[in-house]
Design a protein around this ligand. Structure first.
Ligand SMILES: *[C@@H]1O[C@H](CO)[C@@H](O)[C@H](O)[C@H]1NC(C)=O
Ligand SMILES: *[C@@H]1O[C@H](CO)[C@@H](O)[C@H](O)[C@H]1NC(C)=O
Length: 355
């Protein structure tokens, strides 16, 4: 018993350190949940953290840039808003957990799960059979459901929304899986192939969910039906009550606030002072438009700042085998959103000193 308690404490501490920013409600599932949870707690925390990082990456050049506090769940374990942005957060977190646990299974990190070989030996299609180590998404999905969905204690529309989006995140992991094959046959003739299903890169998953975010569906609430639903006991299957045809789509209930303007009471930083990308050869089209999105569309101007950066140059290859470079100074243009001279930054009234 003593050992078990120690383990609990250790696992809880781990969660707090890796997930402090997201204020993952450890006590919710570690202390009250079944003991089996312990085995997965660390991986779950790592998976959720991977979701946080991916969110930051996906939204780095957007007005809402997935700030750390967006993952702070209130005492009831929920986010403040029921916006498009919170739909993404729920989906990516749940996907991250499923993804990490699934990878762990394939790596043999857990005793009770491994590759999914259930179809091995069967014909998959013309010229190929199932074989090798397919990622066991079934298991990852189950653990993600256990951990992530148990955080949702409410029974209202917002709870439904959160559960729905968490599920959509898990469906995205499945949807972005890829078939990978290996050739067999006389001297690589590839007359027969064995194939298995593999998780995509987590980045691809993130791209996939970002696209879902872009066309997320707003749900208009039927108040009466929801109130009736509130009295129902136990958990609902969200897709049944909610959206029979859109199980893989992200859904939200409230329009997003204005992310341009600093608003302490809403926890919005505003885009003033943010960096944006322009004339960068490596930037995507969407990134190239970030100065318009972050500055111009928010009533700010784009300010160019010249900075000096050191980088390697004049490299030469010395026989054998080193590369010698000199350090060169290079002027780099960076772009920031600034308030046009003469205009004053609007001050939050009342609780303006909240941060
Ligand atoms: C699960 O995988 C992550 C890396 O993806 C690794 O850091 C973690 O230690 C693994 N969990 C276990 C229990 O081995
Ligand atoms: C912050 O947002 C709230 C809610 O939309 C609004 O009532 C308030 O006026 C905003 N404050 C500022 C300073 O814009």
């Amino acid at each position: 018993m003593g050992n078990l308690l120690m383990l609990w404490v250790a696992a809880a501490g781990m969660c707090y350190t890796t997930l402090s920013a997201s204020a993952w409600s450890v006590s919710n599932f570690l202390v009250t949940g079944p003991k089996a949870y312990l085995t997965y707690a660390t991986s779950v925390a790592l998976g959720a953290q991977a979701g946080v990082e991916e969110c930051k990456f996906q939204f780095a050049w957007e007005q809402w840039n997935c700030p750390e506090h967006a993952f702070q769940f209130s005492t009831h374990g929920r986010l403040r808003g029921a916006t498009r942005e919170s739909s993404f957060i729920h989906a990516i977190r749940s996907a991250g957990v499923m993804y990490t646990i699934t990878k762990n299974c394939s790596m043999g990190d857990f005793e009770n799960c491994g590759c999914d070989g259930s179809k091995n030996g069967k014909t998959g299609g013309h010229g190929w059979i199932w074989g090798g180590c397919s990622d066991n998404v079934e298991f990852g999905e189950k653990i993600s459901r256990l951990f992530v969905d148990s955080l949702e204690k409410g029974k209202d529309a917002r709870a439904l929304m959160n559960l729905h989006n968490s599920r959509a995140g898990r469906l995205a992991v499945r949807a972005s899986m890829k078939r990978t094959c290996k050739c067999h046959g006389i001297s690589g003739s590839c007359s027969i192939q064995t194939c298995w299903l593999q998780l995509a890169d987590f980045r691809e998953m993130g791209d996939y969910l970002k696209a879902k975010y872009d066309r997320a569906l707003k749900i208009e609430l039927d108040k009466r039906r929801l109130r009736a639903g509130n009295r129902a006991e136990g958990r609902w299957a969200p897709t049944e009550t909610f959206l029979p045809r859109a199980e893989a789509e992200l859904v939200f209930l409230e329009d997003s606030p204005d992310y341009c303007t600093h608003n302490a009471s809403l926890g919005i930083y505003g885009t003033e002072g943010r960096e944006c990308l322009q004339d960068s050869r490596s930037a995507s089209r969407r990134e190239q438009r970030s100065c318009a999105r972050l500055c111009t569309e928010c009533g700010l101007q784009v300010e160019e700042r010249r900075t000096e950066a050191m980088s390697s140059c004049d490299c030469s290859f010395k026989w054998c085998c080193t590369v010698k470079c000199s350090q060169c100074r290079r002027t780099v243009n960076r772009y920031y959103c600034t308030r046009p001279a003469g205009s004053v930054r609007p001050r939050a009234r009342g609780k303006s000193s909240a941060w």
